[in-house]
Design a protein around this ligand. Sequence first.
Ligand code: NAD
Ligand code: DAU
Length: 354
Amino acid sequence: MILVTGGAGFIGSNFVLDWLAAADEPVVNLDALTYAGNLENLASLRDDPRHVFVRGDIGDGSLVAQLLHRYQPRAIVHFAAESHVDRSIHGPEDFIQTNIVGSFRLLEAARAYWRRLDDAGKAAFRFLHVSTDEVYGSLGKDDPAFAETNRYEPNSPYSASKAASDHLVRAYHHTYGLPVLTTNCSNNDGPYHCPDKLIPRIIHNARAEKLLPSYGDGQQIRDWLYVADHCSAIRRVLAAGRPGETYNIGGWNEKANLDVVHTLCAMLDELSPRADGRPYREQISFVADRPGHDRRYAIDAGKIERELGWKPAETFASGIRKTVRWYLDHQDWVANVTSGAYREWVGKQYGACS
Ligand code: NAD
Ligand code: DAU
């Protein structure tokens, strides 16, 4: 079996669902259920013996050691993180604790477990660390896309904490020989995405007749990938990646934020028109920019394509259409996550726009 951390979050839950749809290898899912973790994402696995959910912190070394001892996984796929840049600006502490200290404790537990495996078990074991393109910093308009060889230049507490975890993972390979793999992916869209992030937030606010906040001039560029493609890339790296290597993952889909917002508005006009017949784009509102906002991300996914034969199945257009349809078809999920702690946070962060 495999141990997944953060498997109740956006990408982790998509990964667990896709993994168990594709094969029968069981998953132990360790997740602290922060505001971003949601067991509803995994409701279809409630009675499935192949999925063992454990609520707990990756920073709890003795819990992780117990799980490794009990379930003897052949791999750890590490998604658990504080993931939202805006939150990291308001309160970096949790990012340091989970992304750096938590990853360190997980690595320590993995190292102790791995050392005691027999030779075949040692050779087969993998620690796959899921990271982000944000560690590379911000690109200028004409710069080439991020390659795996780019220098690390993180600009937010979030990206700095992810960069630190990437360095720890690398060091555990070089120093101790732990068979690690690191993936650095671009922005994802898809089901179960917490609506504090751009795409689900725009869909939610549009339908709730709220403003659609565009930070600064809205011309910042992100490189979008449908979440199922991120999951298939991780499965491919886990199966065939070379220990110690890093792999960039992306869909060659650079888009300015404002263009993404306009695309979403046009899709909603078509699929779920406003009661008054007016276009959703009238709700767009330019708000104060994010401090230290990275201008452009772009991923060169050439290495994973060449070496591992991975390619995304979705284009930006096909992926975002699936995403919008999923949100329209899952109003209950959206209503549940937009209550309680989430509301408190958006009220504090976004004031009138929330
Ligand atoms: P998310 O915030 O939706 O989910 C994170 C999950 O981790 C939640 O279920 C949360 O409960 C859990 N978690 C947080 N702290 C924990 C702790 N201390 N112990 C155990 N569980 C904990 O995040 P996401 O968007 O699904 O991102 C998953 C991973 O992918 C992160 O490492 C992120 O850096 C990386 N990533 C995300 C994107 C993206 O577009 N969302 C792109 C590239 C890489
Ligand atoms: O690039 C990968 C990263 O993508 C991941 O590592 C992060 O975990 C993930 O959260 C995401 O980070 P971003 O900061 O790019 O995502 P977010 O959805 O917060 O913002 C996307 C862009 O949209 C960014 O330029 C800020 C802008 N934005 C965001 C929100 C929430 C807005 O203009 N308005 C908004 O309301």
